[in-house]
Design a protein around this ligand. Sequence first.
Ligand code: SAM
Length: 361
Amino acid sequence: MTVYDALRIGATKTGRRDASLFLSHIIGCGASEIFLHGEKMLSTAEREKFFSFITRREAGEPLQYIIGVWDFFGLEFFTDSRALIPRPETELLVEYVLAGAFPPHPRRAKPAMNTGDRCKRQHIPSKPDNVSHTAGNAICAFHGSPSAKSESVPCSTEKSCEARFFEKNFLKGGSGENFFEKKFSPEKPVKILDICTGSGCIALALAFSLGDRAEITAIDISPDALALAKKNAEKLGLSSRVKFIESDLLEKISYEDDERFDIIVSNPPYITDAEMATLAPNVRDFEPHLALEGGADGLEIYRRLVPQAKNALKPGGELFLEIGPPAVADLVREAGFADVKIFNDYADLPRIIKATSENPI
Ligand SMILES: C[S@@+](CC[C@H](N)C(=O)[O-])C[C@H]1O[C@@H](n2cnc3c(N)ncnc32)[C@H](O)[C@@H]1O
């Protein structure tokens, strides 16, 4: 059986995109190069692997868990059921941390007009299957669109460009308005804490981008997720750059006054109980509920996390949160943060909060 034959049969079962991604993964070429290998004969092992992937996909398993790797911020991460699949919205969170208050890709992200500019619809975490990397085709990360499935080919080239963009413009004396250059002296590493690290994608993307400019700690309550995060750190050669700690939020994090963090970043679970019931089956039945469930109003983790983060930040330190319910902004203000800003995601929904811990504690 040739690659073409397999593609034709697979496409009728899971759609062309998934079938070609499986094949490109199996034969080890780029997704866009699959057609260059159309006449290649698949070995028995390759054929069996392909049809086992198709069967798993037909049963609803996310493509990212089946192939076991996924791109995030231009880096390849191991993905499996121990942790949430890294989402494009979270890449935006990393971009905001790197660039501070300045929207890094104005064409792709813009600040919310006001905090009343909110999604009135029900939120479900973005299904990777339903996500487009193309700005013009951006869809509600939580609702998808009928055309989304055909638009969801991962764009690793674009991601690599993102990493290069930051290196050039933000880290190596480029002309971008650089949060790090402006705020932190190059002599002292910036202390960053990633709470709820899951696969480690945020902490490791920051470690990759900032090199020895940053000293990064990443925590998660799940030993399984942490094992995956450590495996990712090894894969990316970043094990010495990120310290992983098993902890219920900041319970196990002790610090002296002068050892507080410069930046805290987190993408905690924020799906409400009602939304859990209506989640897409490929999310609900396969991704860890510990990574999704945010309690009755989606705010359960934020209620504990935000005051703990306030205590753990230096005066002037910055908090960056991925959010579901925009009401998180009220919790952030109530905890005494200043300069609370909300930024929208690719689908123009409020998704990121940045706030400053101004007052000495
Ligand atoms: C939404 S996932 C985010 C994972 C990763 N940061 C990302 O953006 O893809 C949330 C993570 O929070 C972890 N978690 C849930 N409750 C926690 C708690 N009380 N303390 C620490 N981590 C927690 C889960 O295990 C899960 O890995």
